[in-house]
Ligand binder design. Structure first.
Ligand SMILES: *Cc1c(COP(=O)(O)O)cnc(C)c1O
Length: 422
C-alpha cells in the first residue's frame, strides 16, 4: 500500500484515540476552503470552549463587580492558582514552580534580573547562533544594561559548515572552553527554525557543573514535547501559550523557577504586590516578603480576560493527557516524513528535511530545493497553511490536538500534483 492512499491515512485516523479532540477546535475556512492547518507551531487554533470561558468571566464581572474577586465561579483573587496543576504537568514541574503571567519576552527579562548577574570573571552569556530575534534582542540588551558589549560577551554556538542542526558536543565544547567566564546559558529548547530539540537535560547538567546558571526558552517546547524541568534541575524557563497551547494571539504566558531558588529574600528581583506573601498582602506592609514559590516573580493581579482562554486550553490538555498527545504527535510527524519522502521519490525531486530525525518535536522544516515562493503561494491558494522562510524553507507542524493523518495525506497529494507539473 502507498502512504499517499486515502485508505492508508484513514486506517491511522481510525486507530487514533485522540481523534475526537479535533471537533473541539475551530478549523478555519479561508476564501471558502477548509484549510489544512499546519501552523500550530506559530498560532494554535481556537478551542471551541474558549468563548464560553471568556463569557463566564464577563458575566461574573457584570454580576459581581469587585465581589467577583471572591465570588466569581473562578474567584479572581487566586485566579492564577487555578493553572498551576495543569501547567506543572505540561512542563514537568512542581505546581509551585510554575506561574501563568505576562508574555514570553517580558518574563525572560524579569527572570534574567534574577538569573543573569554578571560578577567578576563570569560576565558572558552562551546561546545558540541565530536564536529567535526576540531572544537575541533580549540577551543583547541585558548585556548592555549591565554595561557589557554583546559583541564580546555573547557566545553563540552555530551549526557546522553545511549542516543545519547544532551538535550537543559543540555546545559542550563551548561551555568547557569558556566555562568560568559564562554567567548564564539561555537557549531555545526546541529551535524555532529547524525544529531541533536540544539535549536539555545533558546540557543543563554540563553547564551547571561549571558554575553556569541555566535557562531555556520553551516557546516551541511547551505543549509539544515532554519536559521534565524539575528533574532536569533547570534554573529557570519561560514560554508562550499561543503556539502549541492554543490559548490565542498574544496569550498570557508561563514561566518556571526551580524550587531551589524559592524563598530567598536577597535574590535580586523586580517585585510587585502579587509576589508578596498572601497573608499580609492586603495589610500593605512596607517591606516585600516573597511568596515562597515561583509566584514571588509575579507583579500584578491576574488579567482574567486574557487568562480565561488559557484555562480553556489547559482543560483540553488535561483531558487528552500530555503523554498521549506526545505519542500521537510522534506518529503524525513520522507519517509527515514518510509522505514527503514518498512525494520526493515519485516526482523525482529533492525535498530535504533539515529537522534531525532523532531530535524533533511536531515540526518538520523542509528545504524545497529549486522551488521558491511560487510553491508556497500555491499551497496557500489550495488552503494549505504552512510557514515560509526565505529563501526556500517550509516549516510545518501537524499537532496532535486537531490535525488528522488525512490532513497530512491531502497535503502530500497537493504537493505531489504541483511538483509533477513544475
Ligand atoms: C515565538 C517566540 C517568541 C515570541 O515572543 P513573545 O514575547 O511571545 O512575542 C520568543 N522566542 C521564541 C524562541 C519564540 O519561538
Amino acid at each position: 500500500m502507498n502512504v499517499l492512499d486515502q485508505s492508508y491515512a484513514a486506517a491511522l485516523d481510525q486507530a487514533d484515540s485522540l481523534a475526537s479532540f479535533r471537533d473541539q477546535f475551530h478549523i478555519p475556512v479561508i476564501d471558502g476552503k477548509q484549510t489544512l492547518y499546519f501552523t500550530g507551531n506559530s498560532l494554535g487554533l481556537q478551542p471551541k470552549n474558549a468563548k464560553e470561558y471568556l463569557s463566564e468571566e464577563l458575566e461574573d464581572w457584570k454580576n459581581w463587580g469587585v465581589e467577583g474577586h471572591f465570588r466569581a465561579r473562578r474567584p479572581w483573587m487566586p485566579y492564577h492558582e487555578f493553572f498551576s496543576e495543569s501547567l506543572s504537568k505540561i512542563v514537568g514541574a512542581k505546581p509551585e514552580e510554575v506561574v501563568v503571567m505576562g508574555s514570553l519576552t517580558n518574563n525572560l527579562h524579569l527572570l534574567m534580573v534574577s538569573f543573569f548577574r554578571p560578577q567578576g570573571q563570569r560576565t558572558k552569556i552562551l546561546c545558540e547562533a541565530k536564536a529567535f530575534p526576540s531572544d537575541q534582542y533580549a540577551l543583547a540588551s541585558q548585556l548592555r544594561f549591565h554595561g557589557l558589549d554583546p559583541a564580546t560577551h555573547l557566545i553563540e554556538v552555530a551549526p557546522r559548515e553545511g549542516e543545519h542542526h547544532i551538535h550537543t558536543a559543540d555546545f559542550k565544547a563551548a561551555i568547557d572552553k569558556h566555562g568560568d567566564e559564562i554567567a548564564m546559558m539561555m537557549i531555545g529548547g526546541v529551535n524555532y527554525y529547524t525544529g531541533q530539540v536540544m539535549a536539555m537535560e545533558e546540557l543543563t547538567a554540563h553547564a551547571q557543573k561549571r558554575g553556569v546558571t541555566v535557562g531555556w526558552d520553551l516557546a516551541h517546547g511547551a505543549g509539544n514535547i515532554e519536559l521534565h524541568l524539575h528533574d532536569w534541575n533547570v534554573d529557570f524557563a519561560a514560554w508562550c501559550h499561543y503556539k502549541y497551547l492554543n490559548a490565542g494571539p498574544g496569550a498570557t504566558a508561563g514561566y518556571f523557577v526551580h524550587e531551589k531558588h524559592h524563598g530567598q529574600s536577597d535574590l535580586p528581583r523586580f517585585e510587585g504586590w502579587w509576589g508578596h506573601d498572601k497573608e499580609t498582602r492586603f495589610q500593605m506592609p512596607e517591606t516585600f516578603k516573597p511568596i515562597p514559590t515561583a509566584e514571588a516573580w509575579q507583579l500584578s493581579n491576574a488579567p482574567v480576560m486574557a487568562m480565561a482562554p488559557v484555562r480553556a486550553s489547559f482543560d483540553l490538555v488535561d483531558q487528552a493527557g500530555v503523554r498521549n498527545l506526545r505519542a500521537k504527535s510522534e506518529k503524525l510527524t513520522a507519517y509527515l516524513q514518510q509522505v514527503i519522502e514518498a512525494v520526493a521519490i515519485e516526482t523525482d525531486k529533492f525535498l530535504e528535511i533539515i529537522t534531525p530525525e532523532g531530535a524533533r518535536g511536531a515540526q518538520i522544516s523542509v528545504h524545497v530545493h529549486g522551488y521558491g515562493k511560487p510553491l508556497f503561494d500555491h499551497l496557500m491558494a489550495e488552503g494549505v497553511i504552512v510557514d515560509w522562510r526565505e529563501p526556500n524553507v517550509i516549516r510545518m507542524a501537524p499537532v496532535p490536538m486537531y490535525n488528522s493523518f488525512e490532513d497530512i495525506r491531502s497535503f502530500g497529494q497537493i504537493l505531489k500534483t504541483y511538483l509533477e507539473s513544475h
